[in-house]
Design a binder for this molecule. Structure first.
Ligand SMILES: [Zn+2]
Length: 323
């Protein structure tokens, strides 16, 4: 049980009421991570217990923010949209305090196993990387995707799969598998309330990176385009009294216009694929040099260069498949 907090949750500036029984908590991110906060969603069930979606970063500040928002409520479950530490890192401490089960998509749990076994080094020779750029790329590739990911694996007590309903009395919250950002990313759909928890799958202005969940047999961009279609379709049911499905993202603010946002994100990736298709042949390195990069090609080094090359390799594979 959580100790009772004297704070009135309604007066807490980091807490916002989204709908009856659903609150959003802006959980601070560690400085230097690029985004100021991640969103945790607290969903109350018919028994007065609270289900926590994405408890946030593994820091004392994040934990304290969540504790204050919970105000001593009984926590019935902790559900993670994906394995990244800014969403899942707080699960271990919260589970230890409350005894609540921690749930992820079954594909995400499998990915954690692969990450724990060690990420394969990229084949820099096949990518055509000049010898003088190899050391920085090998150093970047040796850093694990997320140190907290390994920690999370130990606290996971159950898995979810596409179409599952959460065990949440009084509310129907359905699991929508949305691979792309990570291979086991999930969204949660409350059809009755017209809400979709989107995690990092769809954010209102930020373009989430893709293929950031360890090794996969599939193409993360192709997976992502399919996942965008999947959630866009959920927003195609007319809801005149509500103005469409309301998206509850993992960062930034809740928004409507999910279908339009999905189209814009798909167009962004298809433009990049067209750019790659315009330069057939050559190596991954040669293709990557011809593409437009935020900040310019020359500014890429170490990890940013590695992820640029990975993205280019994924786009080349996607283009080859579509040909
Ligand atoms: Zn993420």
């Amino acid at each position: 049980m959580l100790p009772h907090s004297a704070a009135d949750p309604s007066a807490d500036p980091s807490v916002e009421s989204i709908a009856p029984g659903i609150r959003r908590v802006r959980v601070p991110m560690p400085p230097g991570t690029g985004l100021p906060f991640s969103n945790a969603y607290l969903i109350e069930d018919a028994d007065g217990r609270v289900h926590v979606i994405d408890p946030g970063s593994p820091t004392p500040e994040a934990h304290e923010t969540l504790r204050t928002a919970l105000g001593g409520a009984r926590v019935a479950s902790i559900v993670l949209t994906h394995l990244h530490a800014d969403h899942s890192g707080g699960a271990a401490a919260l589970a230890a305090e409350t005894g609540a089960p921690v749930l992820v998509h079954e594909r995400e749990r499998a990915a954690l196993g692969l990450i724990a076994a060690g990420l394969p080094a990229p084949d820099l020779e096949a990518w055509g990387v000049p010898a003088d750029r190899c050391p920085e790329l090998l150093a970047a590739a040796a850093v694990p995707t997320s140190p907290a990911a390994l920690l999370v694996d130990e606290v996971i007590t159950g898995v979810l799969t596409d179409g599952d309903l959460l065990d949440l009395p009084g509310r129907r919250l359905r699991v929508v598998g949305t691979p792309g950002h990570t291979s086991g990313h999930l969204c949660l759909h409350d059809e009755e309330a017209g809400l979709l928890v989107t995690g990092d799958h769809v954010l209102p202005t930020v373009n989430s990176g893709l293929g950031l969940g360890g090794p996969t047999d599939t193409n993360p961009i192709a997976d992502y385009l399919e996942s965008l279609d999947r959630v866009a379709q959920l927003d195609s049911v007319p809801q005149p009294d509500r103005g469409g499905l309301r998206a509850l993202p993992g960062h930034e603010d809740p928004f409507t216009g999910l279908r339009e946002r999905c189209s814009a994100l798909a167009a962004h990736h298809l433009r990049r694929a067209d750019e790659v298709a315009a330069h057939p042949g050559g190596t991954v390195w040669e293709t990557a040099r011809t593409l437009t990069w935020t900040g310019g090609w020359d500014a890429l080094a170490g990890f940013t260069l590695l992820s640029a090359l990975r993205q280019t390799a994924q786009h080349r594979e996607l283009v080859a498949r579509r040909a």
